[in-house]
Design a protein around this ligand. Structure first.
Ligand SMILES: [Zn+2]
Length: 327
């Protein structure tokens, strides 16, 4: 027989269990809200080993590589680098120095992806020419990764040109799928390469005031870009998405990567890998509109759901003087 005290205890247990249940519901709901609002970004860096803009001496390339790797390590950014394989060759001979730069990335725990052999433009060549070049690059990267016990997974399109028509885009994505390559999209697409060229020219001229100005304006521009793509994600999906940033392996980024990391941290971001970024269901969003453009996937999704030029009007541009310096 169940006594009063037992009933009271049972009642208390039920009450406690309810409390626990509701606490869990509250915690779960709260963490769902936090998750939905959490800002996360994957940093990806293109055109490895180095975007040298004509400065090809080994000490310069070593320095750029060391600075980038040190900054990504210091800031706990699980970066992925995309290699232009032709840069690992002097004419037809493979350069052990250039290969060693790529090995440093792998040794420091970063992932490496294929960015083709010679960086062809898919808008200008056939699928056959394009995929031959892609495979020529892939063989070399696979071999470098295999020596370190690692596998190749990701592919990044040069110029973000994925195919200017549905047929051309589908042909390439089918090829990549059959080949076991995962496309590495980009949501935060910037003109960092224009700032980088202007910066290099100012550095070479030893114009300290100018290159510092370019660096500061670069950070201000990159901050506007973060806000612009956050706005796009909210407008299209009603939430923050796991963003993927593309920057290049340039002198500018080598000198400013700590500041760029800090900028993202100050905007509430944490850093994630490409794998983690692609777990976001947003990357299942279909693209149904095609063109010769090399644009953010957010722009592609916006165009695919019928957004007009008004939607893109606040996309920030580099300052005029930076554009002048690149001419
Ligand atoms: Zn590239």
């Amino acid at each position: 027989m169940i006594g009063l005290s037992t009933l009271a205890n049972t009642h208390k247990d039920v009450e406690q269990n309810y409390m626990k249940f509701f606490s869990l519901v509250i915690i779960f709901s709260f963490s769902s809200i936090v998750c939905a609002q959490q800002k996360q970004v994957c940093f990806s860096i293109d055109d490895l080993p180095v975007v040298s803009y004509g400065i090809n001496d080994t000490s310069f390339q070593k320095d750029i590589t060391a600075k980038l790797i040190a900054s990504f390590t210091r800031n706990h950014i699980p970066t992925i680098g995309f290699v232009i394989v032709k840069k690992l060759f002097n004419d037809t001979l493979r350069s052990s120095f250039q290969v060693s730069l790529i090995e440093q990335w792998i040794d420091c725990g970063f992932d490496i992806g294929n960015h083709t052999y010679s960086h062809p433009d898919y808008n200008s060549v056939s699928l056959k020419e394009y995929t031959d070049d892609l495979l020529k690059g892939e063989v070399v990267i696979k071999e470098i990764l295999a020596r370190k016990g690692r596998h190749l997974k990701y592919y990044r399109h040069p110029y973000l040109h994925v195919g200017s028509t549905k047929l051309k885009a589908d042909s390439l994505s089918d090829f990549l799928k059959q080949h076991g390559s995962t496309i590495a999209p980009v949501t935060i697409d910037t003109d960092d390469y224009l700032f980088a060229l202007a910066y290099k020219r100012a550095r070479v001229k030893n114009d300290t005031a100018l290159y510092k100005r370019i660096g500061q304006d670069y950070l201000a521009y990159m901050e506007k870009k973060i806000l612009f793509y956050e706005y796009q994600a909210q407008a299209l999906f009603g939430r923050n998405i796991r963003q993927i940033l593309l920057v290049h392996a340039s002198w500018l980024n080598a000198e400013y990567m700590d500041s760029l990391a800090l900028l993202y941290i100050s905007r509430g971001y944490s850093f994630i890998s490409m794998e983690k970024a692609l777990e976001d269901s947003v990357y299942q969003t279909p693209v149904t509109v095609y063109g010769k453009w090399g644009i953010s996937w957010l722009d592609r999704w916006a165009l695919s759901c019928g957004k007009q030029s008004e939607f893109f009007k606040d996309d920030p541009d580099p300052p005029e003087y930076v554009l002048e310096l690149t001419k």
